[in-house]
Design a protein around this ligand. Structure first.
Ligand SMILES: [Fe+2]
Ligand SMILES: [Fe+2]
Length: 282
C-alpha cells in the first residue's frame, strides 16, 4: 500500500477528527495568556451541546465539587482555566475517540478508554512527582490526545498489517514497526495534528516523543510515556497492537523523581480515577 506523504495525511485531519469551529476557538483561546473567564464562558455558551456536557462533567463525582454548578460562568470560575481546558477537550473528543480504530485492532471504545487512562494517569503522576514547569491539566490534555495520530494512520496500518505484525514478532516495538514499514509513526502524525490545531509546543513535543522520551527534554513527554505504560499494564488499550512489546523507559522514573515502588500505587489510583472519569462523562 502506498503511504501518502505526511503533509497530505495531516490535511485530512478535519475529516478524521472534526472539531466544530466553536470548539476550535475555545481550545485556542484557553491557551492564550490574555484570556478572560467571562469571554471563555461566553464562547462555551455558544454551543448548546458543549454547554450541557461541560456542566455535567463539572458536577460529576470525578471533579467532586461540594455544591451544584448551574451556569457556565460559574463552572469556569470554579473549575479554573486549566481544568476547563481538560473538560472541554474531553467533551469534544469523546465521540471521535470512541469509534473503533481499524488497523490498530482497537474495538469500539478501546482508544477512548486508553486515552482517558493516560490523561488521568498523567495528572496523577504529576501529583506524585517532583516536576516543575508541567501543569497537571495540560498533561491531562496531552494524555487525552497522545494517540490521536492513530486515527489518521489507521487505514495505512490496516493495509500493512501483516508486515507490521511481522516486524513486531522480531521484537521491535509498535512505533518502530510503524516507522520501518510506513516511514513514520502515529506519534509524529499526532504531533503534526497538534501543530495544525495551533496548540502550544509543549503538547506537540509531548505527543511526538511519547514513545521515545529519552530523545527530548520535554518532561510532559516523559509523564505521558509513563502513563501510557501504566494504561497498558491495566489492560486499557492492549486489545490493539501498540501494547505488544511495550517497554517502559526506566530513565523517566529518575527524571520525574518517581520511585519504582510507586508505580503500583499509581496503577491503582489511575484505575480508580479513570473508572470514575468514564462514569462521569458517560
Ligand atoms: Fe502511542
Ligand atoms: Fe498510547
Amino acid at each position: 500500500m502506498k503511504v501518502p506523504d505526511l503533509q497530505k495525511l495531516i490535511d485530512k485531519i478535519e475529516e478524521v477528527v472534526p472539531l466544530p469551529s466553536v470548539a476550535m476557538r475555545i481550545i485556542n483561546y484557553i491557551d492564550d495568556p490574555d484570556a478572560e473567564i467571562s469571554q471563555l464562558a461566553k464562547l462555551i455558551s455558544m454551543d448548546q451541546a458543549l454547554t450541557t456536557e461541560v456542566l455535567k462533567l463539572a458536577n460529576s463525582a470525578y471533579y467532586g465539587f461540594p455544591r451544584r454548578v448551574s451556569t457556565i460562568s460559574e463552572a469556569v470560575v470554579i473549575l479554573g482555566f486549566s481544568t476547563t481546558r481538560s473538560v472541554v477537550w474531553s467533551v469534544i473528543l469523546s465521540s471521535t475517540l470512541k469509534k473503533p480504530v481499524l488497523g490498530y485492532a482497537l474495538p469500539e471504545g478501546a482508544l477512548w478508554r486508553h486515552s482517558v487512562a493516560v490523561a488521568v494517569g498523567s495528572k496523577l503522576i504529576l501529583q506524585h512527582a517532583n516536576v516543575k514547569g508541567v501543569n497537571m491539566e495540560e498533561a491531562f490534555v496531552a494524555g487525552l490526545i497522545h494517540d490521536i495520530g492513530k486515527l489518521l494512520l489507521a487505514t495505512y496500518v490496516a493495509g500493512a498489517y501483516e508486515e507490521i505484525v511481522k516486524v513486531i514478532a522480531e521484537g521491535k516495538t509498535f512505533d518502530e514497526a510503524e516507522r520501518q514499514v510506513l516511514g513514520y509513526d502515529h506519534a509524529i502524525v499526532g504531533s503534526m495534528a497538534a501543530e495544525k490545531w495551533n496548540l502550544p509546543n509543549i503538547y506537540v513535543d509531548a505527543i511526538k516523543y511519547h514513545h521515545r522520551p529519552n530523545e527530548t527534554d520535554n518532561l510532559m513527554a516523559k509523564v505521558v510515556h509513563l502513563a501510557d505504560y501504566i494504561a497498558y499494564s491495566m489492560g486499557w488499550g492492549s486489545e490493539g497492537l501498540e501494547g505488544l512489546n511495550y517497554t517502559l523507559d526506566e530513565s523517566v522514573l529518575e527524571e520525574l523523581g518517581i520511585a519504582p515502588e510507586e508505580i503500583d500505587v499509581l496503577f491503582n489510583e489511575t484505575l480508580d480515577q479513570a473508572e470514575l472519569f468514564l462514569s462521569s462523562i458517560g
